[in-house]
Design a protein around this ligand. Structure first.
Ligand SMILES: CC(C)(COP(=O)(O)OP(=O)(O)OC[C@H]1O[C@@H](n2cnc3c(N)ncnc32)[C@H](O)[C@@H]1OP(=O)(O)O)[C@@H](O)C(=O)NCCC(=O)NCCS
Length: 218
């Protein structure tokens, strides 16, 4: 069973709120977030972490201090001691996608903007290039459909760019049967690791503090 949480965020930041929310995350995450130059990047990374914490606490009746993340040798994060809880996060300007599942999963979100069609020959396979066909009106959206499917797949496997992007075709049946792509607002979101079909839940940014107060304060 897979659930997708989607949140759009604005560029503004309230320093007191940020400092308060940072108290819920690990020291390493706090350091990572503090290294970001743009406020919006701080929020994207922080909110994604908080959403995973809230869902884990809701799902397992944990308290926030019980939550312990670890990263694989390729950097894929997961929750220590809860082998049936799988998640993956993705962020782009100005939205976050968090997918939670009881089996291996990967997600990617991208905003539809002017694509860099020049990269397709280098990174995409022939069937993917034919699907995009940059002469048709839909090509911008299709570019991001292929892009997010590719990213979701490498995040599902967990090896990131150690898997060459041109070494697999997202329309191969073995891959496409595990894949779901959703176009929402001006974003494309792909999830790899689908068993039953993903439910999408939109979270309002204004709800983050109250969610943390409800689920992460003990
Ligand atoms: C790191 C990578 C896994 C995803 O990076 P990204 O697309 O820049 O970023 P996203 O927002 O989608 O994902 C970042 C999150 O993925 C997770 N992640 C990191 N390494 C991961 C891995 N090996 N496997 C799965 N998830 C991973 C982390 O939770 C990270 O969030 P955090 O930094 O806040 O902790 C890697 O695939 C990458 O660098 N991709 C860019 C490649 C590219 O240029 N593609 C374009 C053509 S398709």
């Amino acid at each position: 069973m897979e659930n997708l949480y989607y949140i759009r965020i604005d560029d503004t930041i309230n320093q007191n709120t940020l400092n308060y929310l940072l108290t819920f995350v690990s020291k390493e995450k706090k350091e990572q977030i503090n290294r970001y130059y743009f406020n919006v990047d701080k929020k994207l990374s922080l909110y994604a972490d908080l959403i995973v914490r809230v869902i884990a606490c809701k799902t397992f009746g944990l308290t926030n201090k019980d939550i312990d993340f670890f990263k694989s040798e390729y950097g894929k994060p997961s929750l220590n001691n809860y082998l049936n809880f799988h998640y993956n996060v993705s962020h782009t300007r100005n939205a976050i996608a968090v997918v939670v599942s009881d089996s291996q999963v990967g997600v990617d979100i991208e905003k539809i903007r002017e694509p860099e069609f020049k990269i397709v020959n280098r990174f995409f396979t022939q069937p993917e290039i034919e699907f995009i066909d940059n002469t048709v009106a839909e090509s911008k959206k299709r570019f991001y459909i292929v892009w997010t499917k590719k990213e979701a797949y490498i995040k599902y496997i967990g090896k990131g760019l150690y898997i060459p992007l041109n070494s697999f075709n997202v329309f191969d049946e073995t891959i496409s049967k595990k894949m779901q792509t959703i176009v929402k607002d001006n974003y494309v979101i792909s999830i790899c690791g689908i068993n039953q079909g993903c439910c999408i839940e939109e979270i309002q940014e204004s709800m983050i503090v109250s969610m943390c107060n409800q689920w992460l304060v003990n």
